[in-house]
Design a protein around this ligand. Structure first.
Ligand code: DQA
Length: 145
């Protein structure tokens, strides 16, 4: 199986960015842990981060037909991007929406997601653990399919 992990804007600054909300772990470290998990599960994991909406759309297009599941923390684009939603629906690949913070306990504009209703599921509020739970959720979902 092949998984694609996508991270959107500002997530390259994890560890330094608002640590009271997002914690002290870097994206590199989260990706390293996920790569270890995927090796154990026999899954090929590709990781991509961009601050650009268009590059994220391009990366989703490139994955068409080559990826069994997408794990996506779209950052602020979660709340705004019809383009990312359309790309995910065009790819027709099962995806899980991830957030480090509990977006529902924060500002009202973070309560809305343009991706959530079409996702397999949404994991929000567990810090880096949100990524590991999403990974396990995707493995479980695909193995039961
Ligand atoms: C986030 C939540 C978003 O609202 C925010 O814009 C982010 C990070 C999270 O992981 O908690 O950039 O996706």
């Amino acid at each position: 199986m092949n998984f694609l992990l996508l991270n959107g804007p500002n997530l390259n600054l994890l560890g330094k960015r608002e640590p009271g909300i997002y914690g002290s772990e870097s994206l590199d470290s989260i990706e390293k842990n996920l790569l270890e998990l995927s090796e154990k599960e026999g899954i090929l994991l590709d990781c991509f981060q961009s601050n650009s909406e268009g590059l994220l759309v391009d990366r989703i297009h490139q994955s068409i037909g080559k990826t069994d599941a997408i794990l996506i923390n779209a950052g602020a684009y979660t709340h705004t991007s019809i383009a990312l939603r359309d790309a995910l629906l065009s790819a027709d690949t099962p995806y899980i929406e991830i957030h480090l913070s509990n977006t529902h306990s924060r500002e009202g504009f973070r309560h809305k997601s343009l991706l959530a209703d079409k996702a397999i599921g949404v994991i929000s509020g567990f810090g880096p653990m949100s990524y590991y739970l999403a990974f396990q959720g995707a493995v479980d979902y695909l193995r039961k399919k």
